[in-house]
Design a protein around this ligand. Structure first.
Ligand code: ADP
Ligand code: MG
Length: 258
């Protein structure tokens, strides 16, 4: 178990190690082919931005990575573990892969602090006192320690999303997945959440971020992935992606959002 000294920093794997390997992966919902032949390798410390039109499969892809959804064909390997239907230790995968959703998903009847200590206590079996200390360090990190004893409904959307990030970090994940973390926020709150994410990126966290915040992509991403109709259509460094998109579909998408 990580000591308190480490609590302010993400759990870094050695740089360059492959942490996610997806090969020829397909997912169906009934007859609907939602993800088609996905190949994606993510190395430790990389920041990947995924964009694409609504319904293109972005959420489904990242939900498959922590097995909120099951894929039917191909390989998804997270930190050396293949995600298969006979996988016993799904909680280990989930605790290594933090997730932040568009809609915060905090428990409304629990205080901010209780939201943050729940999984460390019940999943990680951490003593309450240690869990609370770590939670407070992460709440300081997202700059809202003074909100610890309030309930989610008493906080602004931007504050709630920062709590959701702190809560995910309390499990000391090795990878963070973000699914449109700012798209439910008012414009004045988007910045504070993006700044929190940028600081996490600067600390070396491995991140996959579904977002249409192209300023964030330019600043932080090592690679930008464009999805359409369940496929990865194009993948490039941000400079090339924005200035010289290859496919017609990418160009059309960029012309609509930029
Ligand atoms: P995005 O996040 O890019 O908007 P999603 O991954 O949410 O797209 O969805 C991709 C496609 O899969 C959409 O057509 C959506 O309707 C469909 N889909 C997503 N979840 C389910 C589900 N649980 N059952 C059936 N179809 C789904
Ligand atoms: Mg989505």
């Amino acid at each position: 178990m990580a000591g308190n000294k480490m609590a302010g920093k993400p759990n870094k794997s050695s740089q360059g190690e492959t942490v996610i390997r997806i090969e020829a992966m397909h997912k169906w919902f009934g007859n609907f082919h939602a993800l088609k032949n996905i190949d994606l390798t993510v190395k430790s410390g990389e920041k990947i931005v995924i964009c694409g039109p609504s319904g293109s499969g972005k959420s489904t892809l990242i939900r498959c990575i922590n097995r909120l959804e099951e894929h039917q064909k191909g390989v998804i390997n997270v930190h050396g573990t293949d995600l298969t239907s006979d996988l016993k230790d799904i909680e280990t995968i989930r605790s290594e892969v933090g997730m932040v959703f568009q809609s915060f998903n905090l428990f409304p009847h629990l205080t901010i602090l209780e939201n943050c200590v729940l999984a460390p206590i019940w999943v990680r079996k951490m003593p309450r006192k240690e869990a609370e200390e770590i939670a407070m360090q992460y709440l300081e990190r997202v700059r809202i320690p003074e909100q610890a004893l309030k309930y989610p409904g008493q906080l602004s959307g931007g504050q709630q999303q920062r709590v959701a990030i702190a809560r995910a970090l309390c499990m000391r994940p090795r990878i963070m997945l973000f699914d449109e973390p700012t798209s439910a926020l008012d414009p004045e709150m988007i910045k504070e959440v993006l700044e929190t994410m940028i600081s996490l990126a600067e600390d070396g966290m491995t991140m996959i971020v579904v977002t249409h915040e192209m300023g964030f992509a330019r600043k932080v991403a090592n690679r930008v992935i464009f999805m359409d109709a369940g496929e990865i259509v194009e993948e490039n460094d941000p400079e090339t992606f924005f200035n010289k998109p290859k496919s017609k579909r990418t160009k059309l998408f960029l012309s609509q959002i930029l």
